[in-house]
Design a protein around this ligand. Structure first.
Ligand code: HEC
Ligand code: HEC
Ligand code: HEC
Ligand code: HEC
Ligand code: HEC
Ligand code: HEC
Length: 451
């Protein structure tokens, strides 16, 4: 009787522990994905750069577009342009900033995000403490993780305690019934027997633990050295979608050193002031964000004049933009070599993705670049498809091996071509497949890219 009772209790607890960790795993997956991909623009319960997310799935389902919402998340402009979604049409002009396509997420992953936001409740601490919600929610995330570990630990402890008690009881019953107790019968042997008897639960437990730790480990390793999709926050809500997209301002108008130097450079506030000395109001933020430009430039919009100090110099406080792209110090990369019309003449979007649809600058993903390369616009710009993650060595090397050089385009190449003809080692290579790539010009030599 007692034996059975503990057996059942043991089973219940193991099952509970399992479901808890499994549930935690799924919920956290959605939470992680939301934080990594959506939280820069969306809040579950408040409008931000993007609209609030709670109940959105229901809204689209009610409109009969429960399936299209996944297409939206994966590629908003594609769904919008297809004209088949009235929900996409309805939300498109919600903000002048474009939603970043999330094509790297599977339907299941997006589902897990909606599960997370629909179950989201604001952290209590933020309300009680009246603390800034950003930092409060950050803190509670860490501690919730911590509490899961504590609960798991307690469950395991209880499980072992029950084994112990059960063993004592069996021993006591055995003594009472006058049975012999096997002195060699240790906790380990009982445990083994228990596991053998309950092989199904054991198997589930092992698979569960392996899966959980495997995915955790993989997730952590995967973050190492991969910069794709990184978008730091910025002091001003600047939007490429508005400036380079809607207004179609040339990339090089602002990033004007790209053709001449190693760095493309971030424009100084003076470049912004070419227009914002006149344009004082934006469609989304009114005068708030442009006001920051005026402050940085030391511009008084009422007087239409710059503030000057006693020496007649402008009083400026430069805007400090955060860098999204960052190659390690041991790598040499020059924009001029890649974008100048007389050199590689590669379009910015080959390496930065469809920036004209982004708000803030960010490291694109290879999937976005490839998706854009397939569009009419991308083909017109001569973009090629690559496979390695952006900013990795594999990415540089792959392109240097694939990107053909148009030897007829300029005097520069004629001269290289002539030099190449004299090199027996590369000669075969060229005339074998009739292609000259950067590799043949030495683009695979370590010293070209490493200091
Ligand atoms: C760069 C900012 C940005 C990111 C990142 C982003 N979104 Fe959006 N999202 C928007 C904007 C802005 C809109 C409103 C549409 C518009 O104005 O073009 C929107 C709209 C939506 C809508 C439609 C809302 C409605 O009310 O119909 C859904 C659904 C959505 N986003 C889901 C997501 C999910 C899921 C993620 C993360 C995987 C995500 N978004 C990441 C900016 C973003
Ligand atoms: C061949 C690939 C490639 C092309 C083409 C390219 N970039 Fe870059 N870009 C990079 C890499 C790599 C970095 C990171 C450089 C670093 O961290 O040193 C970068 C960094 C940047 C930065 C950050 C600031 C800086 O200068 O480091 C800006 C802005 C930028 N690129 C804009 C542009 C613009 C605008 C164009 C087109 C005129 C362009 N890029 C073309 C690869 C490219
Ligand atoms: C060629 C002209 C031009 C340049 C250069 C320019 N802007 Fe703008 N910007 C505009 C116009 C026009 C608007 C308002 C658009 C509208 O009302 O639809 C605007 C709007 C804005 C807004 C308000 C967005 C909103 O939705 O409220 C911000 C912020 C902004 N610009 C930042 C910048 C920054 C930062 C720079 C410099 C890096 C810059 N702009 C350079 C023309 C320009
Ligand atoms: C009106 C000025 C303006 C125009 C036009 C413009 N940008 Fe930018 N760009 C900025 C500013 C300001 C930043 C810094 C803030 C940010 O990251 O959004 C920036 C940031 C970037 C970054 C991220 C740099 C880093 O590593 O931090 C890239 C890449 C970039 N721009 C590429 C482009 C491309 C490609 C185009 C053309 C499609 C373009 N930009 C057009 C003003 C501009
Ligand atoms: C989209 C294709 C592409 C990518 C990505 C790319 N490159 Fe290049 N790269 C080229 C082309 C094309 C040339 C040839 C330019 C020329 O004619 O001098 C070149 C030339 C170079 C050169 C000069 C080689 C020489 O022989 O003088 C260096 C250095 C270089 N790239 C470094 C890099 C680094 C570092 C990266 C990665 C961070 C990178 N490239 C990514 C296409 C690319
Ligand atoms: C076309 C440019 C290019 C060439 C050629 C090149 N590398 Fe790299 N290499 C890079 C870039 C970019 C990185 C940084 C990758 C990162 O941070 O993930 C890198 C990183 C490395 C690293 C550090 C690994 C790491 O993960 O940080 C080593 C080691 C290295 N390269 C060795 C070499 C050797 C050896 C050669 C010659 C056989 C070579 N590279 C040729 C661009 C190049």
């Amino acid at each position: 009787m007692t034996d059975n009772y503990y057996k059942v209790l043991g089973k219940i607890i193991t099952t509970l522990a399992l479901t808890f960790s499994l549930f935690h795993f799924i919920a956290q997956d959605g939470e992680k994905l939301f934080k990594a991909n959506c939280a820069s623009c969306h809040n579950p319960i408040k409008n931000a750069t993007g609209p609030k997310m709670q109940g959105v799935l229901q809204k689209w389902q009610d409109a009969g577009e429960g399936d299209l919402i996944y297409e939206w998340v994966q590629n908003p402009s594609k769904l919008y342009n297809s004209g088949k979604s009235k929900m996409a049409k309805a939300i498109w002009d919600w903000s002048p900033t474009a939603m970043t396509p999330q094509g790297h997420l599977s339907k299941e992953e997006v589902e897990s995000i909606f599960t997370y936001v629909d179950g989201y409740a604001p952290p209590v601490a933020a309300v009680v403490g009246g603390a800034d919600s950003g930092s409060a929610s950050g803190a509670s995330d860490d501690s919730s993780d911590y509490w899961w570990w504590v609960i798991s630990f307690i469950l395991i402890f209880v499980l072992f305690a029950i084994f112990g008690v059960r063993r004592e009881l069996s021993a006591a019953i055995a003594v009472k019934e006058g049975k012999e107790i096997d002195p060699k019968r240790t906790f380990a042997t009982s445990a083994r027997e228990w596991f053998l008897r309950n092989w199904f639960v054991t198997m589930l437990l092992i698979v569960g633990i392996a899966l959980f730790s495997g995915v955790e480990l993989f997730g952590r390793l995967y973050q190492l050295g991969v910069y794709q999709d990184y978008m730091p926050s910025q002091p001003v809500a600047y939007s490429h979608k508005l400036h380079a997209g809607k207004m179609a301002i040339e990339c090089k108008y602002c990033h004007h050193s790209a053709e001449k130097s190693k760095h493309a450079g971030i424009p100084s506030v003076n470049v912004c002031m070419n227009c914002h000395a006149i344009v004082h109001e934006g469609p989304q933020y009114g005068t708030e964000e442009i006001g920051k430009l005026h402050k940085a430039a030391g511009y008084n919009k009422n007087k239409q004049a710059y503030n000057l100090n006693e020496f007649g110099k402008r009083i400026e406080e430069p805007i400090v933009w955060n860098k999204a792209h960052n190659l390690p110090d041991h790598v040499f990369f020059s924009h001029a070599q890649h974008v100048h019309p007389n050199t590689a003449n590669i379009d910015c979007r080959q390496c930065h993705g469809p920036v004209q649809t982004y708000t803030l600058g960010r490291v694109s993903t290879i999937d976005e670049v490839n998706a854009y390369a397939k569009t009419d616009e991308g083909m017109e710009k001569g973009l090629i498809q690559l496979t390695k993650p952006l900013l990795t060595m594999g990415w540089c090397i792959e392109c240097h091996n694939k990107k053909e050089i148009d030897l007829t385009s300029s005097g520069y190449y004629e001269e290289i071509h002539n030099r190449l003809k004299l090199r027996a080692d590369v000669n075969n290579n060229i005339f074998e497949d009739d292609k000259v790539t950067v590799k043949e010009l030495g683009g695979w030599e370590c010293a070209k890219c490493h200091y």
